[in-house]
Ligand binder design. Structure first.
Ligand code: PHE
Length: 339
């Protein structure tokens, strides 16, 4: 009698090393119609009952072991082929895979807006936005600037068809939008792009950016305004810079002030950037005028508040030592790559 165990172990070893086409050949060689094991099983009839029992069960076991081994191997080969395919065809979703360009960065004006907003958020302000196309009411009237009032001359305006719509000249209309939607207490900043009908030069542009600040509630005083602006300057520019308040005039605040920051470059000694004054004018502010509170149906007896408007380009020029505002809008990569 042939050695069934040996045949089986040889077969298993061959199966282990086979590829998918060799597997089929092995299947036929052992289990096919004239395969080795089929022949053995057929030949059992010539043996005694006792021998049939022993060889029969050995041959059947060998047959099922080989069948199982072939199935397992087939599965493993299929899985390995799939893994290899996946690896080869793997999609890299990172942008670098699709774009052979170097990574960009945020524009210095956006970086400055982010930086300023970040400081005010840490002081408890939330952030809101308003539309760039405004009506006369939001940009002027609700801010206590009636039609035909000379104060309108201070802001050369791009009017749109019909004169009732315009490109906002400041972010102050954001104050009105916020207060219309919210009851006091309010503590919000409104960053955004604004437009003035003026010729551009080293320090003027017809399009620029502001960040409006507004806090309204009970017992809010000028001291709160001074505190919050001093904190902003120290957190944003550094602890060693002084600020000063100069009396000023805005229709929508009373009293009003302009805030100068000690010159960043010469620390107050006087230089070209601060025109030898040692100070740089950075923002307008004041206590919200009662007429503005009335325009949004706030109780002007009960509530008070402060507002301020920061010129973003001004702050960015100071922070980065830039002496021409036009550089921000030219999209010259030699300039932009420095940020
Ligand atoms: N809106 C004013 C401007 O553009 C600045 C300002 C804002 C002043 C808030 C006072 C209060 O000049």
């Amino acid at each position: 009698m042939v050695n069934i165990e040996q045949i089986a172990s040889e077969a298993l070893a061959k199966i282990d090393g086979a590829d998918i086409s060799a597997l089929e050949v092995l299947r036929l060689e052992y289990l096919g119609k004239s395969g080795v094991l089929t022949q053995i099983l057929k030949s059992l009839s010539q043996y005694s009952t006792e021998e049939k029992k022993v060889f029969g069960s050995m041959a059947n076991k060998a047959k099922s072991d080989i069948e199982k081994a072939i199935e397992n191997k087939k599965e493993n080969l299929k899985k390995a082929a799939l893994d290899e395919k996946m690896l080869k065809e793997k999609l890299d979703p990172s942008p670098a895979f699709y774009f052979p360009f170097s990574k960009g960065s945020l524009h210095p004006i956006l970086q400055t807006i982010d930086g300023i907003c970040c400081v005010f958020k840490s002081l408890g302000f939330s952030v809101a936005e308003g539309p760039e196309i405004e009506t006369d009411w939001y940009n002027f009237e609700a801010l206590n600037i009636p039609k035909d009032h000379p104060a309108r001359d201070a802001q050369d305006t791009f009017y749109l068809e019909g004169m009732n719509n315009l490109l906002r000249t400041h972010t102050s209309p954001g104050q009105i939008h916020v207060m219309e939607k919210q009851v006091p207490p309010v503590k919000v900043i409104v960053p955004g792009r604004v437009y003035r009908n003026e010729a551009s030069d080293a320090s003027h542009s017809s399009t620029f950016h502001q960040i409006e600040g507004l806090a309204v509630g009970e017992n809010i005083t000028f001291a709160d305004l001074k505190n919050v602006l001093a904190q902003f300057v120290h957190k944003f520019f550094g602890n060693d810079l002084d600020i000063r308040f100069r009396p000023s005039y805005f229709q929508f605040t009373e009293p009003s002030a302009e805030v100068d920051i000690q010159c960043f470059f010469c620390k107050g000694k006087g230089c070209r950037v601060c025109k030898n004054s040692g100070w740089i004018e950075t923002l307008g502010c004041g206590m919200v005028h009662p007429n503005v509170l009335k325009a949004v149906n706030y109780d002007a007896e009960k509530y008070s508040g402060y507002a301020f408007g920061i010129g973003v380009e001004r702050v960015a020029m100071l922070k980065y030592g830039i002496d021409d505002i036009r550089l921000f809008y030219e999209n010259d990569l030699r300039f932009l790559k420095q940020f």
